[in-house]
Write a protein that binds this ligand. Structure first.
Ligand code: SAM
Length: 267
């Protein structure tokens, strides 16, 4: 199929050509029985088929490229536990599609199209579906941002938001030569495990806005970035963590932002 197939850059089509990497993703995911796995972008079906072979799982996949429909349907004929919707994942009704299944565990496993990595993650978060684990291949630089710790240069608003929802782990770098066509960047496998004991957020949308505002100008202090917020409340919360208004957002762990958001909401 690959000879006749025209890869589409606009869809982030870089297919994995090394089955050892596919096996690695599957091993990292360690999928238990009776799991529904959601995948974005089966492509030629390499990862999809490896997932379908697992014991007692179902795979629900979304592929935007309708030119892959005939070959994928033919290939997946041998895997009745796979359903593929040929549509844009970002426009799908994920909640409704998942509701058609019964399962004990819900996982997301995908070599994602890199141009929509962050929207995919926020669609998963905003679905409020009980995803226990996410294993994703992402662009290496993006993976470093996801997994950064406070004080590291890659630490940013996205890191803080993800830290609230998940425990993130770098699972390994994947060289660009493992893909066809070869992309201009290396990749990273990242796992996200749902944090079960999450602090309650009074208003999740406000939390997101506060985090984005706090990082608006990376080199500026919290006093400057949050100058439109009641700074006496911000200062009071920071003091409980032994910080003051001269701290920069990049130094603060996610839990400080949770407390700040909740304190500012209840003012
Ligand atoms: N899973 C295959 C693999 O690992 O070799 C292909 C991964 S490739 C990086 C990304 C796939 O996502 C492509 O098949 C692409 O057509 C598909 N895709 C891109 N945008 C999409 C979207 N918005 N919704 C669903 N699939 C999408």
């Amino acid at each position: 199929m690959q000879q006749a197939f025209q890869f589409k850059k606009k869809y982030g089509q870089n297919f994995l050509k090394n089955s050892a990497i596919i096996d690695k993703i599957v091993t990292i995911a360690s999928v238990p029985k009776n799991t529904l796995i959601v995948e974005v972008g089966p492509g030629a079906g390499a990862l999809t088929s490896a997932l379908a072979k697992l014991n007692d799982v179902k795979v629900l996949a979304y592929e935007i490229d309708t030119s892959l429909e005939d070959p994928l349907i033919a290939f997946m004929h041998q895997y009745p536990n796979v359903t593929i919707y040929f549509q844009d994942f970002l426009k799908s009704n994920l909640e409704e599609d998942v509701a058609a299944y019964t399962f004990d565990h819900l996982y997301f496993i995908s070599n994602v199209p890199y141009y929509i990595t962050t929207p995919i993650i926020f669609k998963i978060i905003d679905s409020n579906l009980p995803f226990e684990k996410i294993v994703m291949m992402v662009q290496k630089e993006v993976g470093l941002r996801f997994c950064a710790k406070p004080g590291q240069k890659e630490y940013g608003a996205l890191t803080v938001l993800l830290d609230y929802y998940f425990t993130l782990k770098k699972e390994g770098i994947v060289d660009r030569n493992q893909f066809i066509p070869k992309p201009n960047v290396d990749s990273m496998i990242v796992s996200f495990t749902e944090r079960l004991e999450k602090e309650k957020l009074t208003d999740p949308a406000f939390f997101r806005k506060l985090v984005h505002d706090s990082f608006q100008f990376k080199r500026k202090t919290i006093r400057n970035n949050l100058k439109n917020y009641p700074l006496e409340i911000v200062e009071k919360v920071l003091h409980t963590y032994h910080y003051d208004l001269n701290v920069r957002a990049e130094q603060l762990p996610y839990s400080v932002f949770v407390d700040l958001a909740n304190a500012l909401c209840s003012k």
